[in-house]
Design a protein around this ligand. Structure first.
Ligand code: FES
Ligand SMILES: [Fe+2]
Length: 328
């Protein structure tokens, strides 16, 4: 439980890295959900994620001294502990102890490190988080064709264009932003009064908001289609003057800190990502909006029973949807 907020971490699929962050035969440490983990990509190209600490004498598999990147060496589809070179497979079982004749019975043929459920989709590496470690994923990561299929001719993830924030809040407060219509006017100075159709179906929800956007060429009518698949996968599709797809995926770092990654995808123009002009203006505007939200989110409190008025968005409905992701 968070001290400022009385909520556990919601369960779901969360973005822990981009595909381009992890090469074949590379390992890296991860710290999310208040836990230490290590991810590595085997020779078969598949990503594995394990709890970080070795069952032998407790080294972190993601930090060592001899490898360029500092993580445990990857051999085949296994990771080698940087401390005494015990070798583990992606299921967290000991494959080899190079200096011992026998694998001790305590760990032999057992899962001795916890292995996390991983999906790699949309150029993103996802991990399934649930406070009960035995609960298998309840849904799959949604495939977003423009991001998943390069043949469709959209821009790829560009690390230099990703915008990352770390904010002192919880995932629900950030998610609620999209149905808080009044704040768009007073915080973000979005000109028109947004009206929305909301659609809730299991772990998926979708809202289409008509909103005018300020650009250097004046105010342009547009629509914003926001979709969530659980608490971690979230995207916004802008149509109107331009086609822009934004991943606004978020992941709890711990109980009081959330990381948000904004990734933009646009149709390539003559084989290149569009530069400058309206597209850049829209991206800048969206980043400005989150910078503005951050100031409010980091200081606010959560109102369990807020005094809502008729101009507010469907906040109560959204909270009912969101409550399904709390296991406790
Ligand atoms: S601590 Fe990992 S092999 Fe010894
Ligand atoms: Fe906002």
């Amino acid at each position: 439980m968070s001290k400022r907020y009385n909520f556990p971490m919601p369960f779901g699929w969360y973005q822990v890295a981009y595909s381009i962050d992890l090469e074949v035969r590379q390992s890296k440490p991860l710290h999310y959900f208040g836990q230490e983990m290590v991810m590595f990509r085997g020779e078969d190209g598949r990503v594995r994620v394990l709890d970080a600490h070795c069952p032998h004498l407790g080294a972190h598999l993601g930090y060592g001294v001899h490898d360029a990147e500092g993580g445990g060496r990857v051999e085949g589809n296994n990771i080698v502990c940087p401390f005494h070179s015990w070798k583990f497979n992606g299921d967290g079982q000991v494959e080899e102890i190079p200096y011992a004749k026998n694998i001790p019975p305590k760990v032999k043929d057992k899962q001795c490190i916890r292995s996390w459920h991983v999906e790699e989709k949309n150029q993103v590496i996802w991990v399934w988080y649930h406070p009960d470690k035995t609960v298998a994923p309840k849904w799959n990561v949604a495939t977003i064709p423009e991001a998943d299929d390069p043949s469709l001719g959209w821009s790829k993830v560009d690390r230099s264009k990703v915008k990352t924030w770390r904010m002192k809040t919880i995932p629900q407060e950030i998610a609620e932003n999209s149905v808080d219509f009044a704040h768009f006017i007073y915080v973000h100075k979005v000109k028109s009064d947004p009206s929305a159709a909301g659609d809730y179906d299991g772990h998926h929800c979708q809202r289409v908001v008509k909103a005018n956007m300020e650009t250097p060429r004046g105010v342009i009518e547009g629509s914003i289609n926001s979709e969530n698949w659980g608490p971690g996968q979230s995207q916004i599709r802008f149509t109107g003057i331009t086609e822009t797809l934004l991943f606004g995926n978020l992941v709890p770092v711990d109980e009081e800190l959330v990381e948000i990654n904004f990734t933009f995808f646009q149709p390539l123009v003559n084989g290149e990502a569009p530069k400058g002009g309206v597209q850049d203006a829209i991206i800048k505007d969206l980043i400005r909006q989150l910078d503005e939200d951050k100031i409010i989110w980091e200081k606010k409190v959560y109102r369990e029973a807020p005094a809502l008025c008729d101009g507010d968005g469907p906040i109560a409905r959204f909270r009912r949807y969101y409550s399904q992701f709390y296991a406790e």
